[in-house]
Design a protein around this ligand. Sequence first.
Ligand SMILES: Cc1cc2nc3c(=O)[nH]c(=O)nc-3n(C[C@H](O)[C@H](O)[C@H](O)COP(=O)(O)O)c2cc1C
Length: 181
Amino acid sequence: MPSADLADMNADMNAAVDPLTMRRTMGRFATGVAVVTTSADGTPHGMTVNSLTSVSLDPPLLLVCLTIGARSTDAIIRAGRFAVNILSARQEQLALRFARRGEDHFAGLDVTHERHDVPVIPHAFAHLECEVERHFVAGDHVVVIGEVRAVCEREGEPLGFLGGRFSDIVDRGHEPVHWTF
Ligand SMILES: Cc1cc2nc3c(=O)[nH]c(=O)nc-3n(C[C@H](O)[C@H](O)[C@H](O)COP(=O)(O)O)c2cc1C
């Protein structure tokens, strides 16, 4: 390794990783954008997330990391169920709406209620209905693991998020990647 690169790496290893640096660096890991929704005591709740990760195929598990103290975090844990609405490229405004703290995210918004009685955003790229399998605190977030009970997929394009900006995710027509377990 050239000595300049090594020096840079050492400098980075010694630097404290503050929250902004963490956010900026992880922002290089491009993601989709989803809204997690639930209904607790008859009131709908929802928040925009990009911390969505698939955890297990059998059983089907996913996780989201939710800020401690956010209204939707408490509501999801109280209700014990939630939906993950994966947004389409046309739903940037919904992503912004569900990221505004303290606002009524559902004002004037038509939602449907599927089998598991959680509000679901119409025309999302996909949605997954989940039951909370477990949850635990990690740092300043609650990791919520959901067992997926039902899914729905639609035609279209997903909304992307990269470097703190919404972005396109482009299918360049490459060969599918075949991987085995
Ligand atoms: C693209 C994007 C991704 C986000 N991802 C997360 C996330 O994964 N976890 C989280 O707690 N907040 C995330 N947020 C911030 C929440 O959406 C925001 O704090 C929300 O308003 C909190 O919900 P509340 O109004 O129910 O408190 C994200 C915001 C944006 C715009």
